[in-house]
Design a protein around this ligand. Structure first.
Ligand SMILES: [Zn+2]
Length: 294
């Protein structure tokens, strides 16, 4: 084949490719929501957005963060979370299509997100000083455990592993709500990014929803701990237990007993600490129960 013929063939292929892409552009219709979605700092909201009129793949991006979504009854369903440390700047969610297919018109805004503030209470606690000023050995342990949990939180199932609303693990009194500003032993300040439920030692602890056990072991701060991946970057944590009833990689159903309450790790006494992490933000589990019940 002569070089000029090859050039002609390549030009024809390129032109056909471009016209195919152009005809796809016309088929993409995305309806924008006509109302703002409101989220409070330290909370989660389920978003149900109109699905685009196309079979093309796209990413759901909110505030520059890729949100894992699934399709349900013609809607795009995802969970957006707002950090406890949010500066409460409003932002948008977009569908981002491949630039190679759609060219410059590949981003469609679908929602405006408004962030509201909320107040949190303060509390003081007395704990073992060894858990405030760490020895070299304990610091090494904490660092290693942080690496283990970070890896877990970056590997959620792309499909939801649940199809019912989340439930509170216990119905007993909440002794420390999410977001309390804490002072430990009059020296160390931190935030309580979970919920503490009153429980004597040995109370059976149910999973707040179905999912896969991705951690079941003793950790320095949270003691005997279970972490469940529910898919879509939603994780729940059950801490300070006296005994575990599941192991890593177990698939658990909603309300399955995963362990028994206790006072292991950094704890002031027997209770259940329940944590929820969504898209790498610790959030108030009460908001997850509410938003999945609607
Ligand atoms: Zn707690």
């Amino acid at each position: 084949m002569k070089l000029s013929t090859l050039f002609l063939v390549l030009t024809v292929i390129w032109t056909i490719g471009c016209s195919a892409a152009n005809s796809t552009i016309e088929k993409v219709i995305v309806n924008k929501l006509d109302q703002d979605i409101v989220i409070k700092r330290g909370e989660v909201v389920k978003v149900e957005l109109p699905a685009p009129d196309t079979a093309l793949d796209f990413e759901l991006s909110c505030n520059g963060q890729n949100i894992i979504y699934h399709k349900k009854e013609g809607l795009i369903v995802g969970y957006i979370s707002e950090s406890y440390f949010s500066n409460m700047t409003p932002y948008t969610c977009e569908y981002i299509f491949s630039k190679e297919v759609l060219g410059e018109n590949n981003i469609y805004k679908v929602a405006n997100i408004v962030v509201e503030d909320r107040q949190f209470q303060s509390e003081t606690l007395k704990v073992d000083p060894k858990t405030i000023t760490l020895s070299k050995k304990n610091l090494e342990r904490v660092t290693k455990e942080f690496e283990i949990t970070s890896k877990i939180y970056s590997n959620s199932s792309k499909q939801p592993l649940f199809d019912k609303p989340f439930t509170m693990p216990l119905s007993s009194k909440i002794t420390s709500p999410f977001g309390s500003q804490r002072v430990y032993n009059n020296e160390k300040k931190s935030q309580h990014l979970g919920i503490d439920f009153r429980a004597t030692s040995g109370v059976p602890i149910p999973a707040s929803n179905s999912g896969k056990v991705v951690l079941a072991q003793d950790l320095f701060y949270t003691g005997k701990t279970v972490i469940i991946d529910h898919g879509l970057n939603i994780f729940s944590t059950y801490a300070h237990m006296s005994k575990l009833n599941v192991k890593k990689d177990d698939l658990v159903l909603r309300k399955k007993i995963i362990g028994y309450s206790g006072a292991t790790g950094r704890s002031t006494g027997p209770h259940l600490h329940w944590g929820v992490k969504i898209n790498n933000n610790y959030i108030d589990g009460v908001s997850l129960v509410k938003t999945t019940s609607n």
